[in-house]
Design a protein around this ligand. Sequence first.
Ligand code: CA
Length: 707
Amino acid sequence: MQRSIAGAVCALMVGLGTRAAAAGAGPTKPDLARSAETAADDWRVAGHDNGDSRYSPLAQLDEHNVGRLRLAWSYDLDTHRGQEATPVVVDGVLYTTSAWSKVLAFRAATGELLWQFDPKVPGAIAVQVCCDVVNRGVAVYQGRVYVASLDGRLIALDAATGRPLWSVMTVDPKRPYSVSGAPFVAAGKVIIGNGGAEYGVRGYITAYDATSGRRAWRFYTVPGDPARGFENEAMRRAAKTWSGHWWRDGGGGTVWNSFSYDPDAGLIYFGTGNASPWSGQVDGGPRADALYAASIVAVHVADGTYAWHFQTTPGDVWDYDATQTLTLATLKLDGVDRKVAMQASKNGYFYVLDRLTGEFLSGRPFAPVSWTSGLDPKTGRPAVAPDAHYDVSGKRFLAKPGVLGAHNWQPMSYSPLTGLVYIPAQELPFPLLKDPGFQPQALGRNMGLDMASTLTLPENEPATAAALAAQKGYLSAWDPVAGREVWRAEHPGPWNGGTLVTGGNLVFQGTAAGEFLAFRASDGERLWSFPAQTGIIAAPMTYAIDGRQYVTVMAGWGGIFPLSAGGLSFKSGRLPNRSRVLTFVLDGTASLPPAVQAAREFPAPPAQLQAAAAVTEGERLFPRYCSGCHGSAAYSGGLVPDLRYSPALADDALWNAVVRDGALSNAGMVAFKRVLSPAHIDAIRAYVIHRAQIGYAAEHPSAASSH
Ligand code: CA
């Protein structure tokens, strides 16, 4: 019996895809020149420069010749999970990361692989990663490449060889932290944050000496247990804005994306995520402001002390992370040059702040907003709509923007030539309902929501069609001075890629529908497209070598949306993940292999063994423990195995080996016996069989379902 289970587990592993170790090793102006790390032909920082403009002055490629843009080289990655990195090019070498925090170095002109580095992230970490096993890239500085691994290590590599030089653990491995953001180098320090607010952790950022790896400072974003004393005055003040026993759930406020830097001011800028849990306190009444969660924060790079904050969403219960990397620029506002930090925030507002003081300058909605009737024009504080407080009312609230935001981590860009910001915007309304019986657990998502009642939409029913119809995705060209959209390019659906804008008056963006596109930056005319065979969520970048301008993007559908939304992520089509580095040049001569779509027969599901009550119980449990990776209806958008096909459904011993005992823990499917009873595990199986029967009936309308 043991042998047969082992064999079956191996068969399941094959379905998980590869993650094995790879072999071998004007009126406005951008604040670019001030970045010592910027050289015109290179792309030296993930965001191009310290101000994260993602604007390159390169102009060989322009609105007149972009039609001749062709593939120069491509490289197939050894993973089928989402690709979110922006590559970096320094001195002719392109450095990037793939899912599972693997680092690759290429000769940027040819695509020749120079070296690769696999940090060998333990697969079990995936169970405490909200949003796919992604990584957003490296920092390169003085001959070293820095990467943060999913399990929380900051690793320095020799840029020439990929050999590890040092590694430090940046998180408490006993807490459900993870790291997906790119490290950022400023003033000789490497800075890194972390994620995990959906599971219950305390957010912070840490700076390490770039040469030695020695810890320089740490800045917590939310206060800890008052009984232990506060680290600084900023935490003491923040603690007055919390209610209940917030520290028991960690507090949240994680800094899971990246950073910007003003060297003249000596300030580092970042945004913080939601407080934990989403729904507010379990024992302290409605959430108060909860500083410095859902905030834009500046700290002094020299010592990590607090400089200022602006809270975009006081008392956030809608997962309105303010983690979108801040874009720094100088804008002429009311006739005066102002040094600003800009953010198109998850909460639907485009903010312009004075980056020296944190003063609110403007905030305008760039997408539909249902949670507020507007912002105070002086302070920027939102007037929250009464029905938005589902945490107080106990009633369902349809949040616009939804929890994936009107703009998520996908980077925006800013052109000093057009004065416009290019936002990968979306509309994904999300129903929120509090779970009145919520208690934090050691495994699974701790968000305090009743998602079974709101999110588990049946296939082929009007509610699903309505949810899909409400989804939108578009590229919004936004005037940050006037606070209005200048043009918009509609895409088939949401969750599209980040943007790049160039001196050739071009904006580049990939889409969920598998197209890599170029638009005229000034008016949005679509000029060029390339069929990428997979959805693109990462941001492109550009560089020049020997007089030729290249454009590179990491292709590979994934991230939280397809992973957790299942059929609700198919608005743009059902493209599989094909993870690749794609590089383009004028008159390039490379081509991709043909896209062969593997057809898959939906096998007949086993008979339902459990009573209807078990199915209902499984439906309640599934969103909390399973749907983060396996979709809201037992299938994700193609990144991990569709549970409805699983041979374990018909095999009691195999089901328990995997779900109860953790036979696939190397792939993130850890033992759930810690938090789930045998009856719960049976109920989840009953629910998945139920979903399989619905799916089978839908694909075989004439066959009699066993249900
Ligand atoms: Ca969040």
